[in-house]
Write a protein that binds this ligand. Structure first.
Ligand code: ADP
Length: 492
């Protein structure tokens, strides 16, 4: 193909679905209300979406309950459930271009990333869990006496799934995959900023033949639709991804019905660069680890600790790289950084940049809005950051890197752990013992050594401390969607 024949700006996709899915039917909200979803690159309204509240959640939970208690799903041969999940993955693959463009439209992420990361991971995740459907089983247990004792892993039931806006479709796959494999039914509330890919994937789930009522989607706001799901007595479990403050509210509200809870929350992940590392690789990893997805990653490496003797070299190189990032139209295939998701996030990030400057950190690049339209923020790097500054303690969820210096391993382990979070950490070194000592001592659910943001459907992901409860992905996630039953049979 010649360069001129290559299409560099992908067309904006048509929005096909704006209603909610309840019991296999696409419906308006009972209140008739809708809310706007906005293109963060242009600040223009894309579509009006049915706005669910407690009345719609109630209907959706009843539909999910019926599908679980009476429907074919939880009683279907597990292998057939797996086939349907695979069919959904196939349909997503067949509609890959449309879905990727829809994600770019609603979330603002560069089309390059939606195509290279989000949707390949979505498809892989669903196929991984399709494979698990017929491999979820119990044990036989040699108890005392003349008994035959065995365990069964049974589906948890109706699962309320509340997801954020940073990886809208990928969060759908992380939640649906294990829930469907286990035989659960679902009421999902997508984030109000980004409902479109979830609605389209729900259409494809119906088309794949996943029975009606198994997947219900109620778009709407957190304190209304989300809270109604958390309080509903017909819901057995809530899986939530978002801010730890929201998780605290959910935990308190779920207490009355003692729902099972899993949380995947925020972080302030340390990314530690030793002088004996391959510095260029560490610089590239730090750029990816922080700026990928506009910095809107719960595991973003936002505290970059660099060993004192190489810090100047590191800062010079990371600054040069940050300056080469291409901001602009996310539908342009050469764009590497799109807008932040909405005005609220944009304002929050700019206020943290001000806090960084006021605290005395040195802004070496970026530090302001990019352009005049859309929620774009320049890739920003602060040098000379110290541990107590707000830019070093708080989750910013934007393209703002804090560089701090350190002298030795014990010091950096202590400083890495001096946070309420514990989602991820990374270490760059050629010394294998140092890498493993760090990996063992850091209180985080994921540790990357000489790499960053390596995700795989088979590798568990989740947080220590205030970064979460339970693990997503891998075999571990199946525990979130199954109840363990012990059966003891007298052999007398
Ligand atoms: P963010 O700041 O990333 O939007 P949130 O935790 O506020 O993080 O939102 C993540 C998800 O949680 C969204 O789908 C949002 O609507 C939902 N949510 C927000 N508040 C509540 C709540 N009180 N109860 C249930 N869900 C909520």
């Amino acid at each position: 193909m010649t360069a001129t024949a290559e299409k560099t700006v992908v067309p904006v996709p048509k929005v096909r679905q704006t209603k909610m899915l309840i019991g296999g039917q696409w419906r308006d909200a009972q209140s008739g209300k809708t809310f706007e979803t906005v293109n963060p690159a242009t600040e223009q309204v894309i579509a009006n979406i049915a706005e669910g509240d407690s009345a719609d959640v109630d209907l959706a939970v009843k539909a999910a309950r019926k599908a679980f208690d009476e429907g074919p799903w939880s009683r279907m041969d597990a292998r057939d459930r797996g086939k349907l999940i695979n069919k959904l993955a196939d349909l997503i693959e067949q509609n890959f271009d449309e879905l990727s463009a829809l994600e770019t439209l609603d979330n603002g992420k560069p089309i390059k990333d939606a195509r290279a990361a989000d949707f390949p991971l979505v498809i892989d995740c669903l196929r991984y869990y399709a494979g698990w459907a017929d491999k979820i089983h119990g044990d036989t247990i040699p108890i005392r006496g003349n008994y035959f004792c065995y365990t069964r892993r049974e589906p948890t039931g109706v699962c309320g799934q509340i997801i954020p806006w940073n990886f809208p479709a990928l969060m759908v796959a992380w939640k649906w995959g294990p829930a469907l494999a286990a035989g659960c039914t679902i009421v999902m509330k997508p984030a109000e900023q980004t409902p479109l890919s979830c609605l389209r994937m729900a259409e494809l789930a119906l088309e794949a033949g996943i029975p009606e009522g198994v997947i219900n989607v109620v778009p709407g706001y957190g304190p209304t639709a989300g809270a109604a799901l958390v309080k509903h007595p017909g819901v057995d479990k809530i899986a939530f991804t978002g801010e730890h403050r929201t998780a605290q509210i959910i935990m308190a509200e779920a207490a009355t019905t003692l729902k099972r809870l899993t949380f995947e929350l925020g972080g302030k992940s340390p990314n530690v660069v030793f002088a004996d590392s391959n510095i260029d690789a560490a610089v590239a990893g730090a750029e990816f680890g922080l700026f990928f997805n506009q910095g809107q990653c719960c595991c973003a490496g936002s505290r970059v600790f660099v060993e004192e003797k190489v810090k100047a070299e590191f800062v010079e190189k990371i600054t040069a790289r940050a300056k080469t990032r291409k901001l602009g139209n996310p539908f342009d295939t050469s764009t590497s950084q799109g807008p932040q998701v909405d005005q609220a996030q944009f304002d929050k990030i700019l206020s943290y940049i001000e806090k960084g400057k006021n605290a005395g950190a040195k802004c070496v690049t970026g530090g302001k809005r990019f352009g005049e339209k859309g929620f774009f923020v320049e890739p920003t790097i602060f040098d000379n950051v110290t541990d107590e500054m707000p830019i070093a303690t708080d989750e910013i969820f934007g393209p703002v890197m804090s560089v701090l210096s350190f002298k030795d391993l014990d010091e950096i382990i202590a400083r890495s752990n001096d946070t309420c979070y514990g989602l991820a950490a990374a270490v760059w070194t050629r010394d294998v013992a140092k890498a493993h000592r760090y990996a063992k001592s850091v209180r985080a659910g994921t540790v990357w050594v000489n790499c960053y943001d390596v995700f795989d459907a088979a590798a568990p992901f989740g947080g220590f401390k205030m970064s979460g409860m339970g693990r997503e992905l891998g075999a571990a996630a199946l525990n979130n969607y199954t109840e363990l039953k012990t059966v003891t049979v007298s052999l007398d």
